[in-house]
Design a protein around this ligand. Sequence first.
Ligand code: 9G3
Length: 573
Amino acid sequence: MRFSQCFIPTMRQDPGEAEVASHRLMLRAGMIRKVAAGIYSYLPLGLRVIRKIETIVREEMNRAGAQELLLPILSPAELWEETGRWEFYGKELVRLHDRHERAFCLGPTHEEVVTDLFRREVSSYRQLPLTLYQIQTKFRDEIRPRFGLMRGREFIMKDAYSFDQDEASAQNNYQRMYDAYCRIFSRTGLKFRPVEADTGLIGGISSHEFMVLANTGEELIVFDPESQYAANVERAEVVPPPTKTSGELKPLERVSTPNAKSVEDLCALLKVEAQRVVKTLLYQTGDNEITAVLIRGDHQANEIKIQRFLGLHDLNLATPEIVEKITTAPLGFVGPVGLSNVRILADNAIGALSDFIVGGNEPGLHLMNVNATRDFTIAGWGDFRQAQAGDPSPKSGSPLQTARGIEVGHVFMLGTKYSEKMGATYLDADGQSHPAIMGCYGIGIGRTAASAIEQNHDEKGICWPMPIAPFQAQILTVTSSEATRVGSEQLYNELLQHQIEVLLDDRNERGGVKFNDADLIGTPYHIIIGDKGLANNSIEIKDRKTGEKVLLPLNQVADWIKKAVAQQLQTQN
Ligand code: 9G3
């Protein structure tokens, strides 16, 4: 491709609204343009990257035995009503009516549609296992779309759905998909990590997220450097601490703590460590049922774990009014002692505490030397807190570390959640009818491209991993002489004959502009053609990622580039 004929509208300045590197650089490199909040056009350069990622995904899905199809973006409401998700989802699910006033939604995912296809077309165990996938546009009306393709409202997803006759076969299929994902992300050149994830709202029985490690990632993961254990903090299990040796308990003490509403204030006022303080969180767990959850002062509550323990669909903190009514104290002075008709749950870490500090259920009052059992009753113990760095790994016991990640893939065991509700059954060898055991598997295509930039950029622009680079090499002519034109054209054609994807920057621009654009666009190899290099028959090739330069006679450049590109593609496989 010739730059002078390409639609690559690069930008000099940083666009104001971009908060992360990938968003900023995709705009500046002329890869995407915003049409509306969270809705982007993929320009030619951006689409070349998207298509390369899709090709890798497609090859690995096919290799794993999945079959590609293409489902409609519009889903009839009736299917979503069968699974109860029409009512369950709020404004994130965009709904519309056709000319006959029939209700549809813009598909945010396709469990209902694919399960309906299955139940109409599959009836025998002989047709299983069956894994279907598509690469298609999804729409989720995110309340705050941001970071460009990282969290868009309209985005391209590969979503796959598996149907098996039993758990063992489903587990086998899950593993094949998991392995295919590892190959996909390795081939794109991304540093990634599969982590155990919470099944979240769709309620499967297990799931893994594929995280691309990046400081701008929205997900927080804990990982064990000694083992393969890694988990989203939403899901990470926390090992209960050794129970304390029951020593002499000090007598309960009231202490005046005016305005000490937060753990920090309290610690500053009483000169104690946060580990000595216990927070009392009050949740509205029923019409007029309040549940208190005790969490150590330096820990964070994990509401997904609390919600799962209580078997609730969602979990709401008690309003300040209710807190005042129940405890006669404002938030910040709530405690477990003297709480009437409130069920008290405690995180396991509380079991190792004695003589700790809690709110006194009066404004400006805290209690010291409080001890469970003696001073109040705990109705239930559990793992209710967020895992954090330093916690012992559930696998090796060594201290966990934290990292931020971008979720680019997610694999779920779904069980029969959809097949039961939609009657997606098959007949076994004895003619018995069973609901199919399902799994679902997603990859964010645009998010994968964005993550690759988050992991591979510097202050000048993008440094594409070869397998997903929009072009493999870029020729920059830096003088406008006839010799340079002839030499660059000759090299351009030689590279094309070597099947190298090459961008010839033949624009009538100063060398500096071309260098800046080449560094911004991030093609892996830049080849400088100018009068001096031609006269000395010493052509400079620059490696965009390392900055290393080699000088070669013109007639050796194409071979060198071909070998270098092949080598870079090889290492990623
Ligand atoms: C909705 C809306 C948003 C959603 C969903 C449904 C996320 C929804 C979870 C999944 C699970 C898997 C197949 C590919 C892999 C992920 N956001 N999820 O179900 F109606 Cl508005 O999408 N689906």
